[in-house]
Design a protein around this ligand. Structure first.
Ligand code: PLP
Length: 427
């Protein structure tokens, strides 16, 4: 009978050998996706960089792959910076993001020689300008995150949305943007290069990026005219769609990249801009579809209106359905040739009614002991994992050409209390 294979390895054999729950990545597919982006996002007019958004899935092995495939990376915390450093990542190719970077994190980024710091707001610009004076002789490139008022999710995008976002400075506040850029431009150890914007997640519609480019370049033109500061770099953010279920038909990476480059080429001509460098930051689109989560089916329970299939993991290894009703598809790894004849709810073992992995999903008839594989869990699964209910975070395997290896070992019970201190004995 037909069995699920991941990069040439049988999923149920991986489960038998390494245990469940377990995250499994198809390394071939990760590499292929990174290559697709690199090839598609290039242009004779611009210096183009694809920066992998490491928040989607970050570990030493992943950062090594990203570097090997010639991508840059973005990081949003000291922890992500540290992981990149320990992976031997060229820190000059790192963009450091975040709306609430601490002084310690900024200091760490300056010390580590992070190539580009993406400043979020006026107050942060002042702090960074001050901290950078502790690094005489260095010159750190900065971008300012602006909010172009375009918000895109799935098939809809709205222009003039969300001016109260916690991220960046709204382009409706142009004086504040000018003031912030002047601080960055005048700081002796900083080098102000341009703007960053990110308009949302799971964007299917290439026109949403074109709308972003319209807004950002028109603003850039105005900004240059008012300040005389030249903008050489624009970072258009991430949000490229991934396929989670059959409802998601994602445009090819090539199509989206082509539309972005076309819109940029046209806008630069129209406005006479000096932009020479472009950055995009795909996260989920690189990591999601390469990742699976394997569970073992425990009990099956019927209620008035539902059949529950219980598994040995749950919201601690994948919080997305509970957090924002994310949808997935699942299969029984060894029974792929059977029809998905049942509608079931796959529930985890956590003490929360919302601990659901799949709500009313189609599945082959499950029996206790079956290996249930959830597809496209490679982004924001492992990276959002928690120890809720004192559940260990499952380990992560990379499989390449049939060969599997741990890239993150599973936590054990001892790991769960490793940093704990008992109270002293009562005397
Ligand atoms: N860049 C920035 C600034 C982000 O905030 C995010 C996601 O939150 C990303 C990139 C990656 O988004 P995605 O994984 O949807 O591509």
């Amino acid at each position: 009978c037909m069995k699920l294979e991941i990069a040439g390895a049988e999923a149920s054999q991986l489960a038998a050998r390494f245990g469940t729950p377990v995250y499994v990545y198809d390394q071939n597919r990760l590499e292929e996706r990174m290559r697709q982006f690199r090839q598609a996002f290039s242009s004779p007019l611009f210096d183009c960089h694809v920066a992998y958004a490491s928040k989607a899935f970050c570990c030493l092995a992943m950062m090594q792959l990203v570097q090997r495939e010639g991508l840059w990376a973005d990081a949003v915390s000291g922890g992500e910076l540290y992981t990149a450093m320990k992976a031997g990542f060229d820190m000059n190719n790192i963009l450091f993001h975040g709306n609430s970077k601490t002084d310690a994190e900024l200091e760490m980024a300056l010390e580590a020689g992070v190539g580009t710091i993406v400043v979020d707001n006026l107050a942060e610009a002042g702090r960074l300008a001050f901290l950078s004076t502790n690094h005489p002789g260095s010159r750190t490139r900065t971008l300012l995150r602006i909010n172009p008022g375009v918000e895109a999710h799935t098939h809809a995008y709205i222009v003039t949305a969300d001016i109260d976002s916690k991220f960046g400075i709204s382009i409706t506040r142009s004086q504040e943007i000018i003031e912030t850029c002047r601080i960055l431009d005048e700081a002796p150890n900083l080098d102000f290069a341009g703007f960053h914007a990110h308009i949302g997640s799971q964007i299917f519609e290439p026109e949403a990026f074109a709308a972003e480019i319209d807004k950002v370049t028109a603003f850039t033109k105005e900004f240059q005219d008012q300040t005389g500061l030249q903008i050489s770099c624009l970072d258009l953010g991430g949000g490229f769609a991934a396929r989670y279920t059959e409802k998601d038909s994602c445009p090819p990476v090539e199509t989206v990249c082509r539309r972005i480059l076309e819109a940029m080429t046209e806008a630069v001509k129209r406005h006479g801009l000096s932009v020479r460098e472009l950055i995009i930051e795909p996260g989920r689109s690189i990591a999601a579809e390469a990742g699976w989560t394997l569970y073992t089916v425990g009990s099956i329970k019927d209620t008035e209106h539902r059949r529950y299939v219980f598994v040995d993991g749950g919201m601690n290894d994948n919080i997305r359905p509970a957090l924002y009703q994310a949808e997935y598809e699942a299969v029984l790894a060894d029974r792929m040739d059977e029809e998905k004849s049942e509608t079931v709810t796959v529930a985890g073992k956590c003490c929360e009614s919302g601990d659901i992995i799949l709500r009313n999903g189609r599945l082959q008839p499950a029996r206790p002991g079956d290996i249930l594989a959830v597809a496209s869990t490679g982004a924001y699964g492992q990276s959002m994992a928690s120890n809720y209910n004192k559940l260990p975070v499952p380990g992560t395997l990379f499989v390449k050409d049939g060969q599997a290896r741990w890239v993150i070992r599973p936590q054990d019970l001892e790991d769960l209390i490793r940093n704990e201190e008992p109270l002293p004995e009562e005397s």
